[in-house]
Design a protein around this ligand. Structure first.
Ligand code: SF4
Length: 382
């Protein structure tokens, strides 16, 4: 709320104000929608809202996106920014926006996105990237640390046939170098469909380690369909930790998947999570051993320190404290039951994990700034 009040001191506003004024003059809108997905965007978004409120008081402000959906889950759907934001929308906003414009959304549950108004060539990227969500929510939704479980969002897949027709239609206009599937995790059903019918453009996305990925023939079919990289939330190389997190992954299954993907020429971006309540120094070292053993099969690594979702079941079992007062974050700080808190975890990562000779080259390979978003471009798939 303060960022909105003091918008003039926000460094983004001077850069965007002129553009917004020109757009409003060109096509005066009744409403302006902002999509807010990450906490790092919140101050910028609220400063823009403050600017719009001040400069165009008659335009309605609509706020949606992943972060807003999570906040509304905590307020029982009540708009926490009443007086500043006219409408806060949880979940997919298409229906709400159509309703606001007096148009019925009936019969069109999955509208095809339209990127024609966006300057796709203006990004710092070796080629245009087409973003596409083939689902919302997660078909697994069991991992104890994940907001997907804590918030209980339903899994809503776009019908596979529509995914293909959407992608082909969007690609014919945009001519992308790459498709980025934005799904929390691409379902096995979607992967099987893509393995049978290529979208015709190289693609990558997030998925779970599953027995399907240990199948060499399947991985070759995926590669033939254009899959250049998969991001895998492995989290740990210790079976006890994986079971406690309810990841539904077996360590040997992960090993087979890494081999099969590498053998098929599909890059891997492996996500590891340290400092979970079930982990201790010993299990973290088992993750180190697993990573080092499979170092030749892993192209990129993301090393994260565990954040406890504030509304999770685990938060009820642990001694928690807010990260800082007035926090709008979705996470809480907690006392680790095994004294494996953020500080020892960070020390372990800096002094042991990142320095291991089989792991250091993978860490160094990470594209600066854009990390996983640019990683597929370095995999020589052209
Ligand atoms: S598979 Fe991924 S998105 Fe789904 S619940 Fe687990 S961590 Fe969350």
């Amino acid at each position: 709320m303060r960022a909105a009040r003091e918008y003039r001191s926000n460094p983004f506003v001077p850069g965007l104000a002129g553009r917004i004024e020109a757009l409003v003059e060109e096509t005066p809108p009744d409403a302006v929608g902002l999509s807010l997905n990450y906490l790092s965007q919140a101050l910028g978004a609220f400063a823009l809202i403050g600017f719009i409120r001040d400069r165009f008081p008659r335009i309605a402000v609509v706020l949606g996106g992943g972060l807003v959906t999570s906040w509304l889950g905590r307020t029982g759907g009540r708009n926490p920014f009443a007086g500043l934001v006219d409408h806060c929308v949880a979940g997919p906003g298409e229906g709400f926006l159509l309703g606001l414009a007096g148009v019925s959304a009936d019969g069109e549950p999955f509208a095809r996105p339209d990127y024609s108004g966006f300057p796709a060539g203006g990004y710092l990227s070796p080629g245009p990237v087409l973003p596409y969500s083939a689902s919302s929510g997660c078909h697994w939704r069991r991992c104890t640390f994940c907001p997907e479980r804590a918030e209980g969002q339903c899994f809503r897949p776009v019908p596979e046939e529509q995914v293909l027709s959407d992608l082909r239609a969007l690609a014919s206009g945009m001519r992308p170098s790459l498709i980025h599937f934005l799904d929390s995790t691409m379902s096995p059903r979607l992967l099987e469909h893509l393995a049978r019918r290529s979208p015709g453009v190289p693609w990558y996305g997030f998925t779970r380690v599953s027995p399907l990925l240990g199948d060499k023939d399947f991985c070759h079919a995926l590669r033939a369909s254009g899959c250049v990289m998969l991001k895998l939330g492995l989290e740990s190389g210790d079976q006890g930790v994986l079971d406690a997190l309810e990841k539904g992954i077996q360590v040997d299954e992960a090993s087979r998947a890494l081999r099969a993907l590498n053998g098929a020429g599909i890059g891997t971006y492996v996500y590891l999570l340290f400092g979970t309540p079930a982990e201790n120094a010993e299990s973290a070292r088992r993750t180190l051993a697993f990573t080092a053993e499979h170092g030749g099969l892993i192209d990129y690594l993301n090393l994260a320190v565990f954040n406890l979702p504030a509304d999770s079941e685990e938060a009820g079992r642990l001694k928690i404290r807010p990260f800082y007062e007035g926090d709008l974050s979705l996470y809480a700080d907690f006392e680790h039951p095994g004294n494996w808190g953020r500080r020892p975890v960070r020390d372990f990562l800096d002094r042991e994990f990142r320095r291991h000779p089989a792991i250091a080259p993978i860490v160094r390979r990470q594209p600066p700034f854009f990390t996983s978003n640019h990683a597929p471009f370095f995999l020589n798939f052209c």
